[in-house]
Design a protein around this ligand. Structure first.
Ligand code: HCA
Ligand code: CU
Length: 373
């Protein structure tokens, strides 16, 4: 069993240039709930009036998913969360020596008191609590364990391990979570930043070591270059780990496109799973194999996530690709026509042969043939 927490509406909105309207947030939350995520991290209510409104609105939709509000270790943050009717608060407070000294100017004992007082206050108000020792993976281990145990004793239901600057590797994450599991009697969540492109790998390593919830955002958007992406994690868990789930994977394409539109962050063509190129086959050998059985060159079928496969026609193509392309365009051609188009593709210096070009070659060729008859 593994749970998914989507934080597109909180972490995702921290991506440079991203601001979602309340209506856009509601539409994303509707899609996420329908898709089947377990928790929606809806925002940090004290940040602004519109964040407050959107968290409250989302909390009152009667979703299957639980709603979580992000909070600092401050009572006023918890009060705002309570007014939004959320199920969970996610309280974060970094306890690394460096941060305590250089940023908070607070000694460790005082920091722990602040954390536990806030947790007790939230618990008294019937909230479920996640405590995140922010920058967990660079925090001195004794501090991390001490603060987390104090948090658990004060009532925290989960400890979330945040790899806040993406400093981990999969093997380090695996060993780290194994050790935490032995030292903490609580469910472990994991939140991995993607500064080195390792977020999905690190999240899966944490899962293998016993973490039971993974934080994600749609398209991986978030502070700086973002965090683990929803589609990468769900597809990996589904296809590689065969995790039992009720996710509507066929909705992933729609969710991704919507968030790309609202966030105004384009999906790069080579983005795993969601990118334009994910099911475009090019080399002649690949196409002839895929025509027989897509599994030869697709880890999972395009249809699983609501996509269609297609074939690229260029100098690397073989006759099979031309045939497929023309079938798709409903053009009735003979072998000579196919060769003609393939030759054109072989000679083209740059780029793919578009459907328009195919039509032109076809028409020119037919005209020539008629003229010389
Ligand atoms: C932040 C940092 C955070 C917090 C994660 C959490 C991180 O933007 O406040 O509260 O669980 O990566 O450490 O996103
Ligand atoms: Cu983060």
């Amino acid at each position: 069993m593994v749970e998914i927490l989507d934080t597109t509406l909180r972490e995702g909105e921290q991506a440079p240039g991203v601001t979602f309207s309340i209506e856009e947030k509601l539409s994303i939350a509707n899609l996420l709930d329908d898709f089947g995520v377990d928790i929606i991290e809806a925002g940090h209510p004290i940040v602004s009036d519109d964040v407050f409104k959107s968290v409250k609105l989302i909390s009152n939709q009667g979703y299957k998913a639980d709603i979580l509000a992000h909070c600092r270790a401050k009572k006023e943050d918890i009060d705002y969360a309570i007014s939004c009717d959320v199920d969970w608060v996610g309280i974060f407070f970094c306890v690394s020596k460096k941060r305590l000294r250089e940023h908070f100017n607070l000694d460790f004992q005082k920091a722990v008191e602040k954390i536990t007082n806030t947790i007790e206050y939230a618990k008294d108000h019937g909230l479920k609590i996640r405590y995140t020792p922010e920058d967990s993976t660079r925090t001195e281990y004794e501090y991390l364990i001490h603060a987390s145990n104090a948090a658990i004793e004060a009532g925290a239901d989960r400890i979330s391990i945040a790899d806040t600057v993406g400093a981990m590797t999969p093997i380090n994450m695996y060993n780290f979570v194994k050790k935490l599991k032995a030292d903490l009697n609580v469910k472990i969540n994991v939140h991995c930043h993607n500064d080195l492109g390792l977020a999905a790998a690190n999240s899966l390593a944490a899962y293998e070591a016993g973490a039971t919830l993974i934080d994600v955002t749609v398209n991986g958007i978030g502070e700086r270059v973002g965090i683990t992406s929803l589609s990468e994690i769900c597809i990996a868990l589904n296809c590689i780990y065969q995790v039992k789930n009720n996710w509507k994977l066929e909705k992933l394409t729609e969710i991704s496109k919507k968030v790309s539109t609202y966030s105004e962050i384009n999906i790069p063509p080579n983005m795993p799973i969601i990118g334009e190129n994910a099911f475009l086959h090019k080399a002649g050998l690949h196409v002839s194999a895929v025509v027989n059985d897509p599994a030869h060159y697709e880890l999972f079928p395009a249809e699983l996530i609501g996509r269609k496969r297609d074939f690229i026609l260029d100098k690397m193509s073989g006759i099979n690709t031309v045939k497929k392309k023309l079938e798709k365009m409903k053009l009735d051609l003979n072998r000579v026509d196919l060769e003609k188009i393939l030759n054109y593709a072989k000679q083209k210096r740059k780029g793919i042969v578009t459907e328009n070009e195919i039509l032109n070659i076809f028409t020119d060729y037919r005209n020539e043939t008629i003229m010389f008859q």
